[in-house]
Design a protein around this ligand. Structure first.
Ligand code: HAM
Length: 417
């Protein structure tokens, strides 16, 4: 039997209802905050991610699904959405519009990581990006909307971790300091960290391997290397969070695993998730547009892992109201079935969620099935009913039954019978 590829999964109907609810709430809240949807391609030129996310990151060095197209061009299934959004911003010259650009996306991303609870090779992100503003209040506002969303869908307790990694000049100063400190701890580090000590020392701070942790914990803090404008920006950002009563923890090690960040970085974690506890990651990326060959553009955004969020949502056993039939049509016998099919067509045209039973069965067994599907009503269509034009309509909630004409059914459902 052919099975789904390791690290990918089917979202079956009983689960897709929860996905739809979560996505609906996300769209509603993002729209209230002035974001519009963008849909970018699922594959892009490899160079976009190599340059945007950074050659030395785990994502680019180890996790991308990259392949040569038939014309030998190197393509990559998108591992994240920010680089694509900035590419689209530059390609469509959105900067000509003086407004800030607020967009969101929902869709699959691909990373060849080791699958485990909450970690997949095809996973889904909800992301939002704001281009064209360097205001620290926009950062707090985006976090405010995220918290509203997480509260609304009911993920329970979360923690907001924040940091600033400063400008490229701050990071250059910090890298020098870090290199000195790392050279004293090199024996306690894994081969990847040792390589990064020289090529990209900041990335050592992302290492999740247990044996490296004691050495990493004693490294200097990037906050000590912030210049005045970056320090001010960070303080103002924290002030905007406080004003909104948003609780946070400053974590100087939070440099995030992608190279494009500058100044503010943040994550939202959940204790309910185990090892893969990051629900949301984000930050400012003021240098990314230039790295991609465009004009300098301020950017800030986040992405949230939908699988992780949905793991935390309450998932009831019963189908949500929107998936339950309003009317179960029970045809009794073959000629009745043909007429019942046309009745179902007419009711559906009027927006009624109909379940037409295709399996010949007794009335008793049809009622049992209607009950299982949690249908609101059952309409019985037998030979006699078709002759007289009078059909029993049963309300499943209390078993009450009335006799109606074919045309009356919709209005009876509408007025609550
Ligand atoms: P990221 O931290 O790489 O950031 O991913 C964001 C979120 O995607 C993570 O917090 C996690 O919930 C989810 N995620 C990542 N990898 C997996 C996986 N293998 N399986 C399941 N979920 C996963 C970014 O992608 C940046 N583009 C965020 C951003 C937007 N920064 C600024 N704008």
């Amino acid at each position: 039997m052919i099975k789904a590829i390791k690290g990918t999964r089917d979202i079956l109907p009983q689960e897709s209802a929860v996905w739809n609810r979560v996505e609906e709430i996300a769209r509603e809240i993002l729209s209230v905050y002035g974001f519009s949807e963008i849909r970018t391609p699922v594959f892009e030129s490899t160079e976009l991610f190599a340059r945007g996310v950074g050659e030395d990151t785990d994502i680019v060095a180890k996790e991308m699904y990259t392949f040569d197209d038939r014309d030998s061009r190197s393509l990559t299934l998108r591992p994240e959405g920010t680089a694509s959004v900035v590419r689209a911003y530059l390609e469509h010259q959105v900067h000509r519009d003086p407004q800030i650009w607020k967009v969101y996306y929902l869709g699959p991303m691909f990373r060849r990581e080791r699958p485990q609870k909450g970690r997949f090779r095809q996973f889904h992100q909800l992301g939002a990006e704001v281009l064209g503003s360097d205001h620290p209040a926009i950062e707090a506002e985006v976090i405010e909307l995220l918290q509203l969303f997480l509260d609304r869908i009911g993920v329970g307790e979360t923690e907001l971790l924040v940091n600033s990694i400063g400008s490229s000049q701050c990071r250059a100063r910090f890298s020098q300091k870090l290199q000195v400190a790392l050279s004293e701890r090199v024996d306690a580090l894994c081969p990847d960290c040792r390589r990064r000590c020289r090529s990209n020392p900041l990335r050592v701070l992302d290492c999740k391997r247990e044996p490296c942790q004691p050495a990493i914990e004693t490294l200097p803090s990037i906050l000590e290397c912030l210049d005045e404008p970056c320090r001010l920006h960070f303080d103002q950002f924290l002030g905007h969070l406080k004003r909104r009563d948003i609780r946070f923890k400053v974590v100087p090690r939070l440099v995030r695993g992608l190279d494009y960040y500058s100044r503010t970085t943040f994550e939202i974690t959940s204790p309910g998730l185990g090892a893969q506890n990051a629900l949301v990651g984000g930050g400012r990326y003021d240098g990314l547009a230039e790295v991609l060959g465009g004009r300098p553009t301020h950017g800030f955004g986040f992405a949230l892992g939908l699988e992780r969020v949905i793991l935390l949502c309450q998932q009831g056993d019963s189908p949500p109201a929107a998936d339950r039939p309003q009317l179960f049509i029970a045809p009794l016998g073959e000629p009745a079935f043909d007429r019942a099919s046309l009745m179902a067509r007419d009711y559906r045209r009027q927006g009624i969620r109909c379940f037409l039973d295709f399996v010949p069965r007794s009335l008793k067994s049809a009622l049992r099935l209607a009950n299982k599907l949690q249908s609101g009503h059952v309409l019985i269509v037998g030979e006699n009913e078709l002759k007289t034009g009078a059909f029993p309509l049963k309300r499943m909630r209390d078993g009450q039954q009335i006799i109606v004409s074919q045309e009356e059914v919709v209005s009876r459902l509408g007025n609550g019978f």
